[in-house]
Design a protein around this ligand. Sequence first.
Ligand code: ADP
Length: 499
Amino acid sequence: MFKRILISNRGEIAVRIMRAARELGVETVAVFHSVDKEMPFVHYADYAWELTSETPKAGYLDISQIIELAHKSGAEAIHPGYGFLSENAKFSQACIDAGIKFIGPKPHAIEVMGSKTKARELMAAAGVPIVPGTKEKITDMNRLHEIANELVYPVLLKAASGGGGKGMRKVSSPNELESCFESASREALKSFGDDSIYIEKYIENPKHIEIQIIADEHGNYVHLGERDCSVQRRHQKLIEESPSTVLDESLRYKMGEVAIAAAKACNYVNAGTIEFLFDKHKNFYFLEMNTRLQVEHPVTELVTGFDLAKEQIRIAAGEKLSFTQSDVTWKGHAIECRINAEDPFNDFMPDTGKIKYLREPAGKGIRCDSGVESGSTISIYFDSMLAKLIAYGRNRQEAIERMEQALMNYRIKGIKTVIPFHLAVMRHEQFRAGSFDTGFIEQVFDFDSFKKIKDEFAEVIAAITAAGYLKAKAQAQPERRKPKQSKWKDYRFISRRLF
Ligand code: ADP
């Protein structure tokens, strides 16, 4: 096992990985930009080295500086977390060249899966079902019209190097096709430095279901079942859960087998996720492979009992997987809500500022993977995710009820978050019934009513805004200000205030 590893990331995922390393008796090194110097992940690490860079983000993307710091700090391996350099084949290669173990897959797997067109070609050859469409980029407009007609509208234009929903355009009729193609290529060029666009059939109202796999360097491959990530806004996941309400044992088995075939096709090592679109007729199609630990990995950990971050470190150290496929069983239900610093009442506008007060929920079945504390400053430089709240229950209903309580008890002052939105989803009939797909937020969730019921969420909103919890609570429920009539009422008033 390694003596010391470096985590080339920040926020909640850096803390998460450090916890896993500690349990394995491995020392941790944080690298940080000066804007992050007071963040919990810096203090949590055994050692911390400052990155120097023009912009804060650039530091976390500076391959040579990170490798130099790994050498200086005596780290034998680097965990990239997610985002930043986690899916950068050059970084994985640079680690190998520098004699440092990259805690993740080999450069080849990252490279092939990093291109949606290359990945589609490889998957089709491996017998993995892909969304109907092209496996190469399109340059000729006549050909584009021809294929779109063959696929039957609506179709989806996608960036070959895409990610984060960028460079993606749904096209419903031939007269929009060329203008959508142009704007998609422009966006792709701006975001990824590559304007290659390909075309897929637009699957109506699918579910996003992904399979977690893990593989060691000794040829052992295991899948850990599915995560349903269909609650999305602008193609970005907001809520994830496991198991999915639409999969039975035989489908889980089938999708697991296909996911393993996909991973084997690129000689995959370490933890990875195969994403699928799942249609109304229970057909599933390969969407892409994420060659890293996913944000939503905790839901899988809770229903299977395995620690994916620990397993990743063990695998990188050359150990065999500590379990086989027959050891994997699924118990209970887990749901994760991404706690983003965004205003759900104002088109999810990112919010910045200082967290004046923070009390994260706890209790049975509640896990909060957080990267912030009271006093933390949330800047414009990074992703808006502050923490992940995960609820586990014996069944889906219990998990939802626990999540609801936990969201109500989440206290953040000084910054707006999406907590009220999550609460509204947890209370939504259709979500509770499990009958939702990727169109849920945009087509079913009623934002107008949500905005109108802002007052109903006054307590929660007050807790997450600078307005102050007690002040807004008193305004929302003025009767509490009436003179108290009995000792009992007095006691309740005080205890609720403290609560
Ligand atoms: P990105 O890498 O940009 O995030 P993905 O290919 O992973 O893009 O797709 C993100 C989301 O976009 C999916 O979860 C799904 O909601 C939607 N999507 C992607 N491809 C299709 C498709 N062919 N039909 C319908 N929805 C799609």
